[in-house]
Each structure stands twice: as C-alpha cells, then as structure tokens.
Design a protein around this ligand. Sequence first.
Ligand code: PLP
Length: 297
Amino acid sequence: MTGPDALEAALRPRLPSPLEEIADGRFARHGVRLLLKRDDLIHPELVGNKWRKLAPNLAAADGRPLVTFGGAYSNHLRATAAAGRLLGVPTIGVVRGEELAGRPLNPSLARCAADGMRLRFVDRTTYRRKAEPEVLRAVLRAADAEEAYVVPEGGSNAPAVRGCRALGEELRGRADVVGIACGTGGTLAGLAAGLGPGQRALGTPVLRGGFLGDEIRRLQDLAFGGPRGDWSLDERFHCGGYARTTPELDAFAQDFEDRHGLAVERLYVAKLLYGLFALAAEGAFEAGTSVAAVITA
Ligand SMILES: *Cc1c(COP(=O)(O)O)cnc(C)c1O
C-alpha cells in the first residue's frame, strides 16, 4: 500500500516547510518585507519542490511502476528516481535525446540510474509527441512498461496540481504576494488555489515563449474544474530561456549568496529572486507589503 500516510511515514517530509524572514535593504527601503518559503527543506533527496507534486501521484500509482519524462538535467526525473528508491517502486525515465544513449551519463542522469531508474532515450520528434496516445503506447511498449502509471513531463497533472494547493494553504495569512519560479506552471496553478483572500501569486517563467498563462488555466481546469485564486505572470525574467543565464543574473545570484549565506539554485530560484528584486526596485510593491519567495530548491 502506498496511501498518503504510508508515503509520509516512508519519506518523512518536513511539512509545513519553514517560512523565514530575511533582512535586505533593497526591500526594507521600500517598506516591504521579504520572506523565504523553504520548500527546498521538505526532503533532502527529492530535488526541488517536487515532493508536493509527486506524493499524490505515488499514492495513485499504488505500487505500479512509474513512467515519466524529462530532459537530461530534469529535477523531476531526479526526484522521481529518488522517491522510487525510497519506496521500492520501480521507475522508468524517458529522456529526450536519442544521441545520449550509449554515452556516459551526465551527473543528473547518473544519479537517476544509481537510484534504480531505468532510462530510455527517445528522439526529439517522438519526445515532442509523447502525449499523443499512439506515440505514448509505442514508447511504453518499447520500455516494457505497458502497465505502468504515467506521470507527464515535469510532473504536472491534476493530482500534482491539487497537491500544490497545500503550499498556498501553508502561506494563508502569512504574506500578501507569493513569488514562484515556473517551469510547467503546475506548482503555481495549485499554489494560487490554496491562498486565502487578499493574497496573490506571482509567477516568473524560466522558459521563454509566453505560453504559460494558457497552460496554467488548462491545469486549473483539469485539477479544479475552473479558474482558482489570484495569480499573474511576469515574463521578463527568463534571462534567455531554460538553463540560460546572463552576466547580470550570475552576479545577482552570487551577491545574494554572499549577503545571505544561502546557496541559490540557478535554473529556477535565481530567476525568481532576480525578478522580485527588480520589481521591488521598480516600486511594484506598496509599502507595508510582505512578499514570500518560494525557494523551490
Ligand atoms: C520543477 C521546479 C520548479 C517549477 O515547477 P513547475 O510546477 O514545473 O512550474 C521550480 N523550481 C524548481 C527548483 C523546480 O525543480
């Protein structure tokens, strides 16, 4: 059995995650408080904020092997592999990029393999079409995983989004604005649904393209049957796209680490903090506002 209680007993997540205020003159001078919601501390091995999205899927899989999808550096694959090892659930990772097969694994994929994840590499065209039923069936057949429980790329499906509502609920009454970096948008979709009256969620997409608003509406439809909560996106802080960076972003993240003694994850968290500091500098937060940044890794 892998009900929610059994999962909690096996994985012992630290929930609710801590909320810490930090002192930074760049917020204080506008009369704005800055808090860090430390989702990075939920579990030492489930990288990123992935606990909240994975736990409901692990429960739904109920012991069946789990198949999921990701790029060669996916935090979601890493987290799924770790959860599989901790729970004794077989995991299969479908990785974008046929050319990776037969090459030495990068550290992220090596970690997945060490956690017992079976890796299948597929070409980019197949990978792009993996949500189409025909293509998915063929991928599962080739992986010898036709009975497996399928979790989509990035882990954002209806159970995952509903799981992320708890992040908002933990923050009720604790901050006016909650900032979060977005990949698939699933965490924001759930977070916004869990917040209380007068609170709003602000997402900073790390991918370029401007498609994420529609995707978040789709995910909320799927998970809740309609729109939920007050949320918006600021698309200015992707710094060139996924895993891209700029000298300004690097300098900002390094300086933040020096000032606050907190390691800043570069794919998501750096871009969120960079965006929130830029907004504070623009005077986007009224005096008296409290802003919570979700530290997802
Ligand atoms: C996956 C991830 C996110 C984004 O989550 P989505 O639900 O895909 O938007 C944010 N931060 C970190 C560190 C992550 O690993």
